[in-house]
Write a protein that binds this ligand. Structure first.
Ligand SMILES: Nc1ncnc2c1ncn2[C@@H]1O[C@H](COP(=O)(O)OP(=O)(O)OP(=O)(O)O)[C@@H](O)[C@H]1O
Length: 377
């Protein structure tokens, strides 16, 4: 594949400069430069100024090929004298993949990178009832945070009703590197979901220990890189996944999503109370579908009633972070597989979600009642 520039040919191209430019290109999945990742192969320059760059992929079916051709082409094209760029692909050997995987794990063979010393802020997005817009809120908050320059990941822990692949419009399986999965990338967000691993609409029947193991692997056996924020989309209710997460990431902060409807708010209150009893930090409540915005007249109707978000927040001792209206753009964008944060940035729902993302609080776990790490010798 090639990307040709229109500059006149020159015989004086510095091959080291070409290697430097290509090697500095960042692999979007590994979050490493091609050089650092050991992905840069042969680099040569013809007399007519055409640069040939070989990129060594982690897997021959790497979904990032086109992006790499474009990024390497653009970077090498800036080297003086280069008249054109041809990018070839090659695959890493098993040994190289093994050593890359162990480097990415950073010496950590088990556990996950979101322990108490981590700088990543983890938010577990929960709701009482299903269908209140928890996944839609999660996806759009994630894109908004990425647009604000944050390194963001979304873990779709809704293992039975995953919707992250649909909301981000990505469906292919992740690249696996000797037991380490690379999250998929979309709109600046790193994504992992059961939906990327199952064929078609096959149901997932995990419970108990198997479910625990799966969530553990989604945290520890995925190369999340250095994230500023990880949003975890939980299944609705107070089930096994929430308990597993509480156990694995005690510092995860709860973000509760509800509609204003009393039925949704009272069920969400159970999740809030469970979090409070487990001393999980509660970042706040987001009320979704607050009012229906008329697309032709801008009139607002409180379709699902009023005040549910504020009542939930007061009930579990936290703040109402925002009220997201019900509007057509948020629903249609989700169905199209393009987050509304990208597709319709001016929609009223999107403006409110962006505002919430910009002011997401960071709440620390209270030490009151928490057992301290004391040991008797
Ligand atoms: N503010 C909104 N305006 C318009 N449509 C919305 C809004 N929020 C969510 N929706 C739509 O409501 C439906 C349910 O949303 P979503 O799948 O995000 O809910 P959920 O709480 O994650 O559901 P589940 O718990 O079952 O996974 C989707 O069709 C989504 O597009």
């Amino acid at each position: 594949m090639s990307l040709l520039s229109r500059r006149p040919p020159s015989a004086d191209v510095d091959a080291d400069a070409v290697r430097g430019a290509a090697g500095a290109v960042r692999d979007p999945e590994l979050h490493l430069d091609l050089d650092e990742a050991g992905m840069l192969g042969d680099v040569t320059v013809d007399h007519d100024g055409t640069a040939h760059v070989t990129v060594r992929l982690t897997t021959p079916t790497c979904p990032m090929r086109e992006r790499l051709v474009a990024d390497v082409g653009t970077a090498v094209d800036t080297v003086p004298g280069v008249t054109g760029v041809r990018v070839k692909f090659d695959a890493m050997t098993d040994g190289e993949r093994m050593s890359l995987a162990s480097r990415l794990r950073g010496g950590r063979e088990d556990g996950h990178p979101f322990g108490p010393d981590a700088t990543t802020h983890v938010y577990a997005v929960a709701s009482g009832k299903g269908g209140v817009g928890k996944s839609t809120v999660t996806a759009n908050l994630a894109v908004a945070l990425a647009q604000q320059g944050k390194r963001v990941g979304v873990l779709d822990a809704d293992v039975w009703g995953w919707s992250v692949p649909q909301l981000f419009g990505v469906r292919h399986p992740p690249v696996a590197l000797k037991g380490l999965m690379l999250p998929l990338q979309a709109h600046g967000v790193s994504l992992m979901s059961v939906g990327f691993l199952v064929q078609g609409d096959e149901p997932v029947v995990w419970r108990g220990p198997m479910l625990h193991k799966a969530i553990e692997q989604f945290l520890g056996d995925v190369h999340w890189g250095d994230l500023d924020v990880l949003l975890i989309d939980l299944p609705p209710g107070t089930g096994d996944v929430t308990l597993t997460l509480l156990e694995l990431i005690p510092d995860a902060q709860l973000l509760a999503v509800t509609t204003p409807q009393p039925a949704a708010q009272t069920v969400a209150a159970r999740v809030g109370r469970m979090a409070r009893d487990a001393r999980m930090p509660i970042a706040g409540v987001i009320e979704n579908m607050s009012t229906l915005v008329c697309s032709s007249c801008d009139a607002e109707t409180p379709l699902f009633g009023e005040g549910g978000g504020a009542r939930l927040a007061a009930g579990i001792g936290t703040t109402l972070l925002g009220q997201v209206p019900l509007d057509l753009p948020l629903r249609t964008a989700g169905d199209l597989g393009l987050p509304a944060m990208v597709a319709t940035p001016d929609a009223p729902s999107v403006v409110e979600l962006r505002r919430i993302a910009a002011s997401l609080p960071v709440v620390r776990r209270s030490l009151v009642g928490r057992s301290l790490p004391l040991s008797v010798v």
